[in-house]
Ligand binder design. Sequence first.
Ligand SMILES: Nc1nc2c(c(=O)[nH]1)N[C@@H](CNc1ccc(C(=O)N[C@@H](CCC(=O)N[C@@H](CCC(=O)N[C@@H](CCC(=O)O)C(=O)O)C(=O)O)C(=O)O)cc1)CN2
Ligand SMILES: [Zn+2]
Length: 774
Amino acid sequence: MPVTAANLGFPRIGPRRELKIAVEAYWAGRIDKAALLDTARGLRAATWERQKAAGIQVIPSNDFSFYDQVLDTSVMVGAIPSLYRPLGTADSLDVYFAMARGTRTDAGDESCSHGHRRQGDVPAQEMTKWFDTNYHYMVPEVSPNQSFQLSSHKAIDQFVEAKALGHHTRPVILGPVTYLLLAKSKVEGFDPLSLLPGLLPVYVDLLTRLQNAGADWVQIDEPALVLDLDDAQRAAFAIAYGVFADRLTGLKLMLATYFGSLGDNLATALALPVAGLHVDLVRAPEQIDAVLAGARANLLLSLGVIDGRNIWKADLNALLDRLEPIASARRKLLIAPSCSLLHAPVDLDLETRLDPRMKGWLAFATQKLDELATLTRALNEGRDSVRDALNRNAAAVADRAGSPLTRNPEVRDRLAGVDATMAKRRSAFVERIKAQQAHLALPPLPTTTIGSFPQTPEVRKARSAHDRGDLDDAGYEAFLRDETARTVRWQEEIGIDVLVHGEFERNDMVQYFGEKLSGFAFSRAGWVQSYGSRCVRPPIIYGDVSRPAAMTVEWWRYAQSLTARPMKGMLTGPVTILNWSFVRDDQPREETCRQIALAIRDEVLDLEAAGARIVQIDEAALREGLPLRRADWQHYLDWAVECFRLTAAGVADATQIHTHMCYSEFNEIIDSIGAMDADVISIETSRSKMELLDAFVGYAYPNEIGPGVYDIHSPRIPSTQEMETLLIKASARLSPAQLWVNPDCGLKTRRWEDVRPALINMVDAARAVRATLG
Ligand SMILES: Nc1nc2c(c(=O)[nH]1)N[C@@H](CNc1ccc(C(=O)N[C@@H](CCC(=O)N[C@@H](CCC(=O)N[C@@H](CCC(=O)O)C(=O)O)C(=O)O)C(=O)O)cc1)CN2
Ligand SMILES: [Zn+2]
């Protein structure tokens, strides 16, 4: 058979988040290590079986992880910062979870146990976004004198484990160059890539052991090959894979690239002495011609044609039109998803409440395996061999393309009528701020929070009881009102100036809006890992977006009725809703974003009409949505900023628009941040000790800023003193008249026990610094 169905990775959380449940139970001390390992082994076995049953011939192993595959790699190569070494051997679970989440026993993100911060507790490693996904990895930390040694046999063990179950798998590991390109060092100016020579022997050791265990192919992921690279970085690939070719005989490497086009790195990739190359033909279908033209005859190509990042059924007949000529021209070929299926929900069959018509348009990870198998069979045995499956697929694709559900003429007419004035506030900031100050009468350095307060187990339980029908609407509403009222009163008591309602009614800042907007569908079990045990259920944008009714006004009105202080209206912005959803692929993303922008604009205006003096429009994902290639940045930033402005610009001068962004490395996009023209922006700056403010200073940013003084990603309670110091630092960089005082981000993942003292300290710090302003 010339064509083979291959997979690059499968979600590890389990169809019902079994891994999350087990890991959190282990952290809380409710189950022991043996029970955790048992659950994990069971999940792996089921995942391999699922792929085999679907007809996948190349099944991955080592795609399982207890937290993150980059952290796994750090442990594998022994890059354990000295801080964590006293906690156990390099491959112990204790060290692993300490690197992932720090060692505070009483207040870890997901832990419910009680106690006090022990002496010698260590912080978690830094975490950041995996390329342009909503998945987060643990940033490897290396030092100039870093030594590496093979410190975990997980990849080998899991290969052997699969073999014992009758699966001859292709282990997957993260490649050495991408690993070092993602790594950071605390020593300024030190380039982690210079550690490559010391890292390669560890990879050779591992690969040799895999080979000895019986592996013939290994998938080695090098997604960095789709980024802008300089010559030294490109040369690193040649060096690394040259060493592998010299030192390993008989073991074949499938070099996997994904999330974009190889572009100007194509020649580099094609020249590497590897046996196979995987390319992403969903994100970058156009690269196929250059890849085919440049690939040696004996380079096994793996064509990523099934979208690993989205949930739409593929158009199998159209794919076959493209693939048949390639298959007949090449001796052998693999057909694969574009990237690991990690980013897709597990199984559509678990969805019982989706509109059946819409459900017919979708494929989750399990269904994508079926698509791969169907394509492969059609290529090997002819389309007739899978005629029924192809006909059903064609019917589903045609149904979606022709469906009135995806089109709303009113939305399209309205969008066509949008003119530039709609994206422009009536007056310039200098005028607006006068009107706002008169209206709001706030002290200097006003204090506020980013929106959410702790999503306690009680809040989650009430919501799930309501979802199941065990708690009626009135009971659920009463519960939420009570939570909200207590939170509003408490903020007032401790002296916060601009209040929030706490977001208790929201399951998630994106999903909540998805559930209220038309053109969106949402799943029951469509969980995707975001970081560690935390998951999200991205809504599915299938059609034109509109807002049937106000979404947040009643909760805002209730919260404002409890206080005379300004209550912020709290909304998620269009770019963030877009970036954290599964988006329709039948029109440009920017068009979908504009539709969302108009819907949120209406909500902003409704909040204003109801009396809101401040409306916050979160754009947490605007920065992370930057395209991977710099050449594509400006186009994205242009429409993203326009969408934000379209959302915000309808209000009167006196209505203050806030925005919030979590990731604050704004140096390169500060023009666009400025162009958003929010009256106030709150950002994440506490960990960087305010250094991230320099972008704003250099730009002479004129509007107001709330640089975060409280690191909410850590359960640590910041002292008044340290927040004062941060505020003084900030006021040395910017005019105190511009400054707000707030945490880095929302408080939903924290516990009340930590939030209470931390915010009291924050208000004290603001008061102390205010007093020095005179
Ligand atoms: N979409 C999105 N992306 C984001 C963020 C974000 O807030 N949203 N923040 C950044 C960091 N990412 C995060 C991602 C997830 C979570 C998180 O807390 N997720 C929760 C789930 C949130 C949720 O959807 N909650 C639902 C469902 C809760 C739930 O699990 N219910 C149980 C039952 C609960 C019970 O009875 O006790 C069930 O459905 O089975 C709700 O509150 O209604 C989790 O994994 O635990 C936090 C941060 C970046 N990306
Ligand atoms: Zn945030």
